[in-house]
Write a new protein. Sequence first.
Length: 292
Amino acid sequence: MSEIRLFTTTTEKNAEAILALMSDAFEDEGYAIATMEIDEKRDIWEASLYLMADEEEEMRERFAALLAPAFPEARIEREDIPDVDWIARSLEGLQPVRAGRFVVHGSHDRGTARSGEIAIEIDAGQAFGTGHHGTTAGCLEVIEHVMRRGRIRSALDLGTGSGVLAIAARKLAPIPVLATDIDPVATKVARENVRKNGIAAGMTLETATGFHHTAFRRHGPFDLIIANILARPLMRMAPQLAAHLAPGGHVVLSGILANQRWKVIAAYSGAGLRHVRTIWRNGWVTIHLDRP
């Protein structure tokens, strides 16, 4: 059965309000929801609801009824989600990537790890994170540094994608790890990768749109929070993310272009965290902060 996206085009401010409405209405039923910036200069955003094609009639009516009171002029549009796995096609044949002690490889390079290295097997698939992007590799380096030097007893991987960063944390230490993503496909992929990497216990995977999800209260506060997303959502979530960080905890942020780093650091400084260091990878940066 094919998947579709129902969406409405609006402003950033309205997109945030619509996301909150959709979270209350649809998240507990397992539907993926998201907002996406289309044109920064013209302040054009889309707020989206993902569903199966055979649910369209019912869900379009529910979506319209949800928007009508506050956004009576909102127009709902439709997009078919292609069945072709373009990510897998474009990433076929990638070589293993080394970051710190980690080596991230596909199944075709199984056994490539050297003595002392920690192997993570991730095949190119439907979720972001094979280690080849500068943000993922940067996070792996900082995670190893933090967990080697700090006392980390629990971790959160926010926006887990393929699950590579959560798997890395769990392979470094036998601590409980919560991995979340707004996309149920990513959660499914991450769960398969956890199993493929031989992790039988200690990891919880949830589809969660925002910090209001009960998983964060059940498993937090966290000694280590990893969020490889994008700069703008990272800045918006700074107060909530900081609120779920344990005293003395560490935060690893990426998905940040080099020229965005100071805005991100300022947002988290305002939330009471301290900048420890920034590392650079291919025009992207990974930022390490802690709670003094």
